[in-house]
Design a protein around this ligand. Structure first.
Ligand SMILES: [Zn+2]
Length: 340
């Protein structure tokens, strides 16, 4: 074998080695891609499972309600439904029916659309920025719920009188123990509004000045909790600042931050006085109605009434007054609406 042949053979061997290394490199690349793809698919599957779970949860509740209604026994326990997973197929069918009733991207069911009014418009009317000569509309609003003591009593009266209201819920109250009450609010045709996550003045308004970052965060978190209950089609555009917009300084950038989230704030133009200082707080239902009457009369525009009341756990008097409050507005020619 001469020198030339030896060189050629070595070159050939080097080429083969290079080829082999390239092949290994390609195989490793493919393996790497397969691993990445598998991981990504796992992540996506996890999130869609979580959202399916939330949806199935809503549907499960819906089936349970139908079951209770059919049996006529409100306390009927759900012995058949041992696990959400087991039910998921039926649940998803039923969920379609449930979603059908939720107006898309809104805080109310479709049936409530005919008496749902734009929060921004109603706010501007009460502020005197918009003229209004239309029909008289009362917006009953209840802050600080939900709970399982006062809220259900308020709901019972509203249902009895076929009157809708708007509930300004505090995010920290949206735990599973209030689920039934929460779903009743939506299902019985009321509007769901946000009243912060913490209701903590020191976090929301340190030194009495609005903290826009904190307020944005609390609105986002509360919205997220509501979506977990009601599914991805739910969105509340309605916000009331704890303590009221009128009570704090420099809320401009907070208002802007909320607007960017598709959320509008609203205060009130009359109140039952159930959160007034003791010396000024009515102690009877008649007193609360009188308080509404007097505070409404202080406005130039009285065709729109946004009524502040509270359904917190210590507001039994307010729950007892709802009937008389409805009488007052009906007697004075008002219809009832919800804020959207
Ligand atoms: Zn409040």
């Amino acid at each position: 074998m001469n020198e030339e042949q030896l060189r050629r053979r070595r070159r050939l061997r080097r080429q083969q080695q290079r080829k082999r290394r390239r092949r290994i490199f390609y195989i490793l690349c493919i393996l790497f891609l397969v691993i990445i793809f598998t991981i990504l698919r796992g992540i996506v599957a996890h999130f869609s499972r979580t959202s399916n779970h939330a949806q199935a949860n809503v549907a499960l509740w819906y089936i349970q309600q139908l079951d209770r209604e059919k049996s006529g026994d409100p306390d009927r326990s759900n012995v058949f439904y041992s696990s959400i997973e087991e039910l998921s197929n039926i649940a998803r069918d039923k969920l379609t029916a449930f979603n059908f009733t939720l107006a898309k991207n809104s805080n109310h069911i479709q049936a409530a659309e005919k008496y749902a009014y734009s929060t921004k418009k109603i706010r501007e009317i009460t502020e005197g920025k918009l003229d209004y000569t239309g029909k008289k509309i009362a917006f009953l609003t209840f802050d600080d719920g939900p709970n399982n003591t006062i809220t259900p009593q308020v709901l019972d009266t509203l249902k009895d009188r076929q009157v809708p209201a708007t509930f300004f819920l505090v995010g920290r109250n949206l735990g599973s123990k209030h689920e039934d009450t929460l779903r009743r609010i939506l299902r019985e045709g009321h509007g769901i509004a946000m009243h912060s996550l913490s209701h903590d003045y020191s976090k929301l308004y340190p030194g009495r000045f609005g903290n826009a970052d904190r307020i944005r965060y609390e609105a986002q978190e509360t919205q997220k909790l509501l979506k977990e209950f009601f599914g991805p089609d739910f969105h509340s555009s309605v916000w009331r600042y704890p303590g009221g917009h009128q009570s704090w300084k420099e809320l401009g950038s907070s208002d802007d931050a909320l607007a960017k989230l598709g959320v509008q704030w609203i205060d009130w133009n009359c109140l039952v006085g159930d959160a007034q200082p003791k010396s000024d707080r009515p102690t009877t239902s008649e007193g609360q109605v009188q308080y509404v009457h007097k505070s409404l009369k202080l406005n130039k525009q009285t065709r729109i009434a946004v009524v502040l009341a509270h359904d917190a756990e210590n507001k039994q008097l307010t729950a007892d007054s709802v009937n008389k409050l409805i009488d007052y507005f009906k007697d004075n020619g008002y219809e009832f609406g919800i804020l959207k």
